[in-house]
Design a protein around this ligand. Sequence first.
Ligand SMILES: Cc1cc2nc3c(=O)[nH]c(=O)nc-3n(C[C@H](O)[C@H](O)[C@H](O)COP(=O)(O)OP(=O)(O)OC[C@H]3O[C@@H](n4cnc5c(N)ncnc54)[C@H](O)[C@@H]3O)c2cc1C
Length: 162
Amino acid sequence: MFRDMRRKRQLLSPEACAAVLEQGTSGVLAVNGDGGFPYAVPLSYVYEGGRLWLHCAKEGHKMDAIRRDPKVSFCVVDQDQIVPEEYTTYFRSVILFGTARILEDEDEVRAAIDALARKYHPAGTQEHRQAAIDRELPLLCVVELQIEHMTGKEAIELVRGK
Ligand SMILES: Cc1cc2nc3c(=O)[nH]c(=O)nc-3n(C[C@H](O)[C@H](O)[C@H](O)COP(=O)(O)OP(=O)(O)OC[C@H]3O[C@@H](n4cnc5c(N)ncnc54)[C@H](O)[C@@H]3O)c2cc1C
């Protein structure tokens, strides 16, 4: 069902895709929104051990959409280097498709938020993280994207430059 990329030379390896997801600081989540309109919303995330987690409020457009239809897509842009004289960009990005699972188990939720906190505040102590998690936990929803298909692509100029 998932499509192959037409320009195979530009396909990133699974390791390069993982590196993009590990380095990225935000991505765009696409869900099946209201009235047949797709809803693409930027979010922070963490990718660890092949799993990708997002956190957000329990309510809102994106959570309504996920509860209605958990099939989602997520895109992370790693590089967008404009080269004006060539009228192009030397880009690198990853797109994945998967199913969004809203975590219910508190241990799972805590582990995911801890991973997010370590990513975004690597110098933070465990005590500092713990206090923030305890404070925010009742307000938060954590969503795991169970990845079913993932591709990465980079500009042909980057492929040639290797
Ligand atoms: C780089 C980045 C990282 C972010 N990280 C997180 C995160 O980790 N967790 C999190 O919960 N939120 C994050 N946000 C905010 C996020 O984009 C949403 O605004 C938020 O999650 C609320 O989504 P919602 O669907 O519940 O909003 P709702 O208020 O229910 O959305 C209603 C409408 O508001 C508009 N809207 C909502 N969000 C945006 C937006 N960002 N820009 C423009 N219009 C918007 C849309 O038209 C939408 O249909 C991040 C934003 C950016 C730019």
